[in-house]
Design a protein around this ligand. Structure first.
Ligand code: ADP
Ligand code: MG
Length: 715
């Protein structure tokens, strides 16, 4: 039997409904009530009139528009189900451009004229909500006076119930658009990009001789890194609770040098938190799978089983929310910032991505028949072409202020995007390029001179942790995402650019006069040409080295080090062309995303700088001065001189920081962001540098901030 089908999940798992996914074979560990708080396929089947259920399923599986006449019946069933579970309110749950999730709660109960209340929740309320669009960032799409925005029910992502000690809330995943029809959220473009990719991939599948598949889904399985620290320290650090990261803090004597934390045994309180989060996520139909310690002290990782991009992305938002809530029950705080502690490994999110058909094939899984292999190579080379062409856009899709502390530092993939193929796959492409070996016969295909069984053992030990975009056996892993990010934009970009590349390859195939199924040789030619033209993006070595930076520059790969460098690629000509062609985002919608991202960068940087100045001036400086007073009282000349000198330097640095904070440069938008990057960050760094030296000499009982060693080693 073909390996492809055997190893992969069934179509139902990556189609429509996350709930369908958990039902039988993917039950989470132990006896978790998987999907209990989800208006699952099962719940729908039980509660909806038969014909309504059938028509709803057709919408979900074929991606067809929803018939509004179904809405009342669905709303009714959903309300009854939710109220039985104790829900009193419902909300349209959506993802505005801030990158977080938003809720607007409404009660199920409507007052009657007799002074009582009746339970009410109509199809109209299910399908459409009307939050105030001007309160969310729109990047100029909506002015404050044109407040109207709509949330629209996304029937392809299952509704769920969020419990609270004092009640329960029915959450309905929705899209968010302005009344002029522009997308104001991250879900709409993601859904559109999934459609675009499906169309392009189906076109390719027909040319490759597959006439069965009716829909192609993109899949995502994110690995999320995070820190847990004791909440007492969190609340003692204004930098942590206002900016999510420490703005001061000397490096602890012990870091991850001993490598004793990674995969070490998990302490009891942490394990209790993990079990509780997993149980809660299981109830919500989020299939979590792995947990372990990460590289840095008090750093951990959680990964779910993959789902289709839309549901996976919603579930990822939910995962971040649940982990933050559950942590508090254990006196912990879950930090999702990309770099909470300077000098300590930061947190990323690995975005495992693939494409699968409704007939259960993973298009990035090498198979054991010549036919499957050639199809795999076709899609694989489309990914190479897409990533090469849009490398800068991919970089821009993962740009935020937190990321600027990671990408490029030797702990995360660099800001240069390249693809790791692994020795075996690289060898295959090189063989094809040289025109040696026939991909039709797996033996010569690998050029190893042995019959290859299993056919392409890609997983063989061959791993590269430094690559930003790695082939890992049956999927690509985009490793450059930041830990706090929504998956939506990077996946929207991936889907769109791969759709474009697939279409380009199909154009070439068709230009060869193929009508119907293309000939084997024609496909091999296309793979060869595509690889030749794009192989500059492939790099299997150590991405952290200076040598690679030089080599990448020679190859002409982009190296966009900071967020202000990267963001303009969201509105580059070739980005706009691809996004407009596939109707994923219009130029105006891209502009709005660009503007919101720029504004977020400047705003967050400003908050950091003001917080740093205030902590330095009102907490650290007084501590240092008190310390100096004690030294003077004790009359120790040497120490007095050392401390007084540092205090002088500190005052100078603080004044400089206050000066840049007060300065309002004439520039706006991107120019302003660049001005801040070039002036505010150095002033913050200079202040911190002196503060961290003071931390090492000021009496511990006078130092007002919890130290790195406390935050990182108390579990
Ligand atoms: P690794 O250490 O190899 O990265 P993990 O098991 O930690 O492996 O994570 C692998 C992630 O990749 C999981 O979230 C898994 O669900 C996901 N994944 C596996 N197959 C696919 C696929 N076809 N599409 C998307 N994600 C996938
Ligand atoms: Mg990984």
């Amino acid at each position: 039997m073909a390996r492809t089908r055997q190893q992969n999940v069934t179509a139902a798992q990556w189609t429509s409904n996350g709930a369908a996914l958990g039902a039988a074979d993917l039950t989470a560990p132990g006896s978790y009530p998987f999907g209990e708080d989800v208006f699952s396929l099962d719940a729908q089947r039980k509660r909806l009139p038969k014909d309504v259920f059938k028509r709803l399923q057709a919408t979900l599986h074929r991606g067809e528009a929803l018939d509004p006449s179904l809405a009342d019946a669905v709303a009714n069933a959903m309300r009854e189900w939710a109220m039985e579970k104790g829900a009193t309110h419902f909300t349209h749950w959506f993802q505005p451009l801030t990158g977080s999730t938003a809720e607007k709660h409404d009660s199920f109960y409507a007052p009657t004229s007799e002074g009582t209340a009746i339970a009410e929740f109509s199809g109209k309320e299910l399908i459409q909500g009307e939050p105030d669009a001007s309160s969310f960032p729109t990047g100029g799409v909506r002015a404050t006076f044109e407040a109207r925005g709509y949330t629209a029910w996304d029937p392809t992502s299952p509704a769920f119930i969020l419990e609270n000690p004092n009640g329960a809330l029915l959450c309905i995943p929705t899209a968010f658009a302005s009344w002029t029809g522009e997308a104001l959220d991250h879900k709409i473009p993601l859904l559109r990009s999934m459609d675009a990719l499906s169309k392009a991939a189906l076109r390719a599948l027909r040319l490759l001789g597959d006439s069965d598949a009716a829909r192609v889904f993109t899949t995502v399985g994110p690995e999320q890194e995070y820190f847990l620290i004791d909440e007492q320290y969190y609340f003692e650090r204004p930098d942590l609770y206002t900016t999510g990261r420490t703005l001061f803090g000397a490096k602890p004597p012990k870091g991850h040098e001993l490598d004793d934390h990674y995969f070490g045994s998990i302490p009891e309180r942490i394990l209790a938190f993990m079990l509780d989060s997993e149980r809660e996520l299981a109830r919500l139909g989020v299939p979590t799978k792995t947990r372990h310690n990460e590289v840095a002290p008090n750093q951990y990782e959680i990964a779910p089983i993959f789902e289709n991009s839309n549901v996976g992305s919603d579930h990822q938002q939910l995962t971040m929310q649940v982990m933050q809530n559950v942590a508090r029950r254990y006196g912990l705080v879950c930090l999702l910032h990309e770099k909470p502690f300077a000098g300590v490994n930061g947190s990323g999110k690995h975005n495992n991505w693939s494409m699968g058909t409704d007939t259960g094939l993973n298009l990035l899984e090498p198979g054991d028949t010549p036919h499957e292999n050639i199809s795999f190579l076709f899609f694989c080379s489309a990914v190479l072409a897409a990533v090469n062409r849009h490398q800068a856009l991919l970089r821009a899709s993962v740009a935020n202020i937190g990321q600027d502390h990671r990408l490029g530092a030797n702990e995360a993939p660099p800001a240069i995007i390249s693809i790791f193929l692994g020795a075996e796959l690289l060898k295959i492409f090189n063989t094809i390029e040289k025109g040696e070996g026939d991909p039709a016969t797996p033996g010569s295909f690998l050029g190893l001179g042995t019959p290859v069984l299993p056919p392409l053992p890609m997983h063989g030990g061959d791993r590269n942790r430094t690559s930003p975009f790695a082939f890992t056996g049956n999927k690509f892993e985009f490793r450059a995402l930041g830990s706090s990010m929504s998956l939506a934009l990077p996946n929207t970009v991936l889907n769109t650019i791969v759709a474009e590349a697939i279409d380009m390859l199909c154009d070439k195939l068709e230009a060869r006069g193929s009508n119907g199924t293309s000939s084997h040789d024609a496909i091999v030619d296309i793979v060869r040409e595509t690889y030749s033209a794009n192989k500059q993006i492939c790099f299997d070595g150590d991405n952290y080295t200076e040598a690679w930076h030089d080599e990448a520059e020679r190859r002409g790969l982009t190296n966009l080090r900071t967020t202000p460098d990267a963001l303009p690629w969201l509105v580059e000509k070739q980005t706009i062309a691809a996004f407009e062609r596939y109707e994923v985002l219009s130029e105006r919608e891209l502009e709005s995303r660009f503007e919101v991202s720029v504004e977020q960068y400047s705003t967050k940087l400003n908050i950091e700088a003001e917080t740093a100045a205030s902590i330095a001036r009102t907490m650290l400086l007084p501590a240092a001065v008190r310390h100096l007073g004690e030294l003077r009282a004790a009359g120790h000349e040497g120490l007095i001189g050392e401390t007084a000198g540092l205090i002088d330097a500190f005052v100078t640095a603080i004044q400089k920081l206050e000066e840049v904070n007060a300065h309002h440069p004439a520039e706006e938008g991107l120019e302003h962001a660049k001005w801040m990057r070039d002036n505010v960050i150095p002033a913050m760094d200079a202040t911190r540098e002196v503060a961290d030296r003071l931390e090492r000499i000021v009496a511990d009982d006078l130092w007002p901030l919890p130290k790195y060693s406390e935050m990182l080693f108390i579990k």
